[in-house]
Design a protein around this ligand. Structure first.
Ligand code: SF4
Length: 460
C-alpha cells in the first residue's frame, strides 16, 4: 500500500494540502511560450525553478525543452535580479538567437518585487535587444494560481505584445488554444481545415513538442504560431477561446485592444463540447459542416451505442485541470456513467458552477471541489468512503489506482510513465472515440482480471 496512511475519515483542514491536483504557474507560462515559433522561454528566478519546470515538461512530452534562466544567486535574491536579466537578454540573443524571449517570473523574483517593465525597458535602452527581436513578459508568482493561470497569463501576453489592428478586418477566425496536447492542436487544425475556414491557432505546440526525429537538432522546431500570424490576430473577425480558464483573459484583452469579438467554449472533449465548437466555428466563419465531420460524429455515436452496457451507471473519480474536467464530466454523463468525485487544484467559480449545472440532477450525490485544498488526498478519502469503478487523471493517480485496485485512464498533465498521450488526440469526434476506447479497454481489462472465472467473456 503506497498510500497506506490515507484514511477514510476526513478531518477538516484549513492550512494543509496533501498531493495537490496542480503544479506551479511558470510551468504553464513555459509551455505556452513554446507554442510561439522561434521563442525561447526565460525563467526569471533561480536555476532550481527553471530546472524543475523544464523537467516537468520534458518528462511529459519526452522531448528536450529549451529554456533560459536569470540564475539568481544570493546577491540577486536579496537585491533583485535586474542586472542578471539584462545580462541574460544580451547573452541569449548573442548565443541562441531566438526571435522572441518570453520572460516569466517565479516566486523569488515576485517576492523581491522585480519590475519586468522597467528591466526590459532598460535592456532596450542599453541596446541589448537587437533590431527585429522582441522581449515579452508576464507575471507568474506561484504562491497564487496554478500552471493553468501561468498558461493563461502567457497567452494574454502574446496579445499585449503582438496583436495589432489595421483598418481592415480579415475573414479569419482566431482559435485560442487552452491547455491541451500537441496532438489536440493538430486535430483542431484538421477540423478547421476540413471545414475550409481560415484560422489562426495560438499557441500551437504541434510540430514543437511532437516534432519528428530527423537526426538534426533544431533549437526552434518548425511548428508554433509565427510572429506575423500572432500580429495578424488583431485583424481577425472573431476569436473562439477553447477553455475559459486558459483563454478567456486573452480573448478579453484582444477585444479591448483590437475590437475582435469573441466566444469562449469548452475544450472540445466529448460529443456535446465538440458539437458546440463546430457549431461556433461554422456560425462565425459562415461555413457549413461537411459530411465527413457528420460521419465522424456518427461513428462515435455508434461506438457509444454498441458498448452502452459497459458504461451504464459506472462510478468515476477524476482530477486535473478545470478546462479538461468540465467537458470530460459532461462526456461521462453522455456515456451514462456517473462522475461522482471531481477535484481540481485550480481555483475558480466557473468550475463549481459548471459542476452544479451538470451534476445536480443526474448525479446529486457527486462531490466536487476546486482550489488549494482540493487535493488528491481528499479524492482518495472519498474513494475509500464509497468506491468507484474507474479513475481518470494524470500519472499521480497511479498510487490511488494501485492501492484501490481500480482501472485507471491517464489523461491530463503530467503523464510521465506512459507514452502516447501526445500522439492521439482527445478533442473532436476522433478524440472522443479514442477516449471512449481507452475507457473501454481499461475497464474491460480490469473486469477480465478480477471477475469470477464463470463470468469471463470471450466476445464483447
Ligand atoms: S513554486 Fe515557486 S519556488 Fe517552487 S518551482 Fe515554482 S516558481 Fe519556483
Amino acid at each position: 500500500m503506497l498510500l497506506r496512511h490515507t484514511t477514510a475519515k476526513e478531518i477538516d483542514r484549513k492550512a494543509l494540502t496533501v498531493n495537490p491536483a496542480k503544479t506551479c504557474q511558470p510551468v504553464g507560462a513555459m509551455y505556452a511560450a513554446l507554442g510561439l515559433h522561434g521563442c525561447l522561454p526565460h525563467s526569471h528566478g533561480s536555476q532550481g525553478c527553471c530546472s524543475y519546470h523544464r523537467s516537468a515538461l520534458t518528462r511529459h512530452f519526452k522531448e528536450p525543452v529549451m529554456a533560459a534562466t536569470s540564475s539568481f544567486s544570493e546577491g540577486s535574491s536579496v537585491f533583485g535580479g535586474s542586472a542578471n536579466l539584462v545580462t541574460a537578454i544580451e547573452t541569449i540573443f548573442t548565443v541562441y538567437d531566438p526571435d522572441v524571449i518570453a520572460v516569466h517570473t517565479t516566486c523569488l523574483s515576485e517576492t523581491i518585487g522585480d519590475d519586468l517593465t522597467q528591466i526590459v525597458s532598460k535592456a532596450k535602452e542599453d541596446g541589448k535587444v537587437p533590431e527585429g527581436k522582441t522581449v515579452i513578459y508576464c507575471n507568474t508568482p506561484s504562491y497564487v494560481g496554478t500552471h493553468i493561470t501561468g498558461y493563461s497569463s502567457q497567452v494574454a501576453a502574446f496579445i499585449k505584445f503582438f496583436s495589432t489592428a489595421t483598418p481592415k478586418k480579415k475573414n479569419v477566425i482566431n482559435l485560442v488554444a487552452g491547455w491541451m496536447e500537441p496532438s489536440d492542436m493538430r486535430e483542431i487544425k484538421r477540423i478547421a481545415g476540413v471545414m475550409e475556414t481560415r484560422t489562426i491557432l495560438f499557441p500551437d505546440m504541434s510540430g514543437v513538442l511532437d516534432a519528428p526525429l530527423t537526426g538534426k537538432f533544431e533549437m526552434y522546431p518548425l511548428g508554433g504560431t509565427t510572429i506575423p500570424e500572432m500580429i495578424a490576430t488583431g485583424d481577425s473577425k472573431f476569436s473562439i477561446g477553447l477553455g475559459a480558464y486558459s483563454t478567456e483573459d486573452a480573448c478579453v484583452k484582444l477585444e479591448n485592444k483590437c475590437k475582435v469579438k469573441f466566444e469562449v467554449v469548452e475544450i472540445p472533449i466529448g460529443l456535446k463540447a465538440t458539437d458546440r465548437f463546430i457549431i461556433s466555428l461554422s456560425r462565425h466563419a459562415n461555413v457549413s459542416v461537411p459530411d465527413s465531420l457528420t460521419e465522424e460524429r456518427g461513428r462515435l455515436i455508434d461506438l457509444i451505442a454498441d458498448n452502452s452496457k459497459y458504461f451504464y451507471g459506472k462510478r468515476v473519480a477524476l482530477f486535473g485541470d478545470p478546462d479538461t474536467l468540465i467537458p470530460l464530466t459532461e462526456f461521462l454523463l453522455t456515456l451514462d456513467m456517473k462522475p461522482v468525485y471531481i477535484v481540481t487544484g485550480t481555483p475558480g467559480k466557473h468550475f463549481d458552477d459548471s459542476m452544479a449545472e451538470l451534476l445536480s440532477e443526474k448525479v446529486p450525490e457527486a462531490k466536487y471541489k476546486s482550489g488549494e485544498r482540493a487535493d488528491m488526498f481528499q479524492l482518495h478519502q472519498w474513494i475509500k468512503q464509497e468506491p468507484v469503478d474507474l479513475l481518470i487523471g494524470n500519472t499521480y493517480g497511479k498510487y490511488i489506482a494501485r492501492d484501490e485496485n481500480l482501472p485507471f485512464v491517464r489523461l491530463g498533465f503530467p503523464i510521465t510513465d506512459r507514452p502516447g498521450h501526445n500522439y492521439f488526440p482527445h478533442v473532436g469526434y476522433v478524440g472522443a472515440t479514442n477516449l471512449t476506447i481507452q475507457i473501454l479497454e481499461k475497464t474491460l481489462d480490469h473486469q477480465d482480471r478480477t471477475c469470477p472465472e464463470s463470468k469471463v467473456e470471450f466476445q464483447l
